[in-house]
Ligand binder design. Structure first.
Ligand SMILES: O=C(O)CCC(=O)/C=C/C=C(\O)C(=O)O
Ligand SMILES: [Fe+2]
Length: 312
């Protein structure tokens, strides 16, 4: 077994808002089970597939995909700031393989990443630089987005390349299922917000704190039913998890971008990271899902899943 998969939802609200009694314990148990799976698999390197939330990737240059040959966390939502332990050679190898397969990935020699990368690295490995990684950015937030099939094909290309390395590679997908947290959009933005989305890198500590406070407050109101964000959609989430477990990933190609937004909210596009992770594993043959935890958690604005899978 040279490849394995772990996918986890992320939510910056996990450290800010308390969910209903029992939820946090169940989520922590799910992470403990995933850590045990990863411990057994003992990866040599972890390919982290994650989106960004206008911290590292802005509209001054917004690629659909980017592989970091070096990467640094911006330190949002209280997660560690500083360098990840990037396997440069493997990052170059995977970027070349994706390009050779016809997937137009960008490459960054100085990628900036946010909680999308740092939260799963922290919860699963204990720190942002605890394991050798290849960070792969999958745009899931900044419209326009390509079709979902492109994320599947990216995963397929990365999986084929990784399988030939003679190393144990974990594909770690980071991103929620149905959810529509208050992430700003360029369409209809005020000039001030538009400027921030185009080139608002490195906000001041006060600006970042203000933003994080706003998102935290919105989640509390959403959970209390006083803020009409798009509802979570457990039915959609379970259907998606079923497709991932079935191995019939091509079925997702017919899910239009509009249907994601209508049924599961704008940020449901973050499941592109899970689709890519599963496609990487599928590239080496049939697989089995060994863990599939799911709960809708309104206090975190998250259809929240933790899954693991290995070669059958
Ligand atoms: O610029 C902002 O205000 C961004 C808000 C933000 O970062 C929200 C993030 C939410 C998630 O990552 C999520 O629920 O997936
Ligand atoms: Fe997110």
């Amino acid at each position: 077994m040279s490849l394995a998969v772990c996918t986890v939802s992320h939510t910056p609200l996990m450290t800010r808002n308390e969910p209903a009694p029992g939820v946090r314990d169940r989520v922590e148990a799910a992470f403990a089970e995933a850590r045990a799976f990863i411990g057994d698999f003992a990866p040599d390197v972890v390919v982290v597939l994650a989106p960004d939330h206008y911290n590292g990737f802005l509209y001054d240059m917004m690629p659909p995909f980017c592989i970091g040959t070096e990467a640094r966390s911006v330190g949002d939502y209280g997660y560690e700031e500083g360098p990840l332990q990037v396997d440069r050679d493997l990052a170059h190898t995977l970027a070349s393989a994706a390009l050779a397969a016809g997937i137009d990935v960008a490459v960054s020699e100085r990628m900036h990443v946010d909680h999308g990368f740092t939260q799963p690295l922290t919860l699963l490995f204990g720190g942002i630089a605890a394991v050798p990684t290849v960070p792969v950015f999958i745009n899931s937030v900044a419209e326009p987005l390509g079709p979902v099939s492109r994320a599947r094909l990216l995963g397929d290309a990365l999986g084929r390349a990784a399988a030939g390395l003679g190393r144990r590679v974990l594909f770690l997908g980071s991103g929620g299922l149905s959810h529509d947290p208050p992430v700003p959009a360029l369409a209809g933005a005020t000039p001030e917000v538009a400027e921030r989305l185009i080139s608002g890198r490195n906000p001041t500590r006060e600006q970042r704190a203000e933003r994080e406070k706003r998102v935290t407050a919105a989640a509390r109101e959403f959970a209390a039913g006083t803020l009409p964000l798009q509802p979570l959609n457990p039915e959609w989430d379970r259907a998606l998890l079923d497709v991932l477990a079935s191995g019939r990933l091509e079925e997702l190609d017919s899910w239009s971008n509009e249907s994601f937004v209508e049924q599961a909210g704008h940020s449901s596009h973050e499941v592109r990271t899970s689709i890519a992770a599963y496609a990487a594993l599928a590239a080496t043959g049939p697989y089995v899902v060994t863990q599939s935890f799911y709960e809708p958690i309104p206090e975190w604005i998250a259809g929240f899943a933790v899954t693991t899978a290995r070669t059958a």
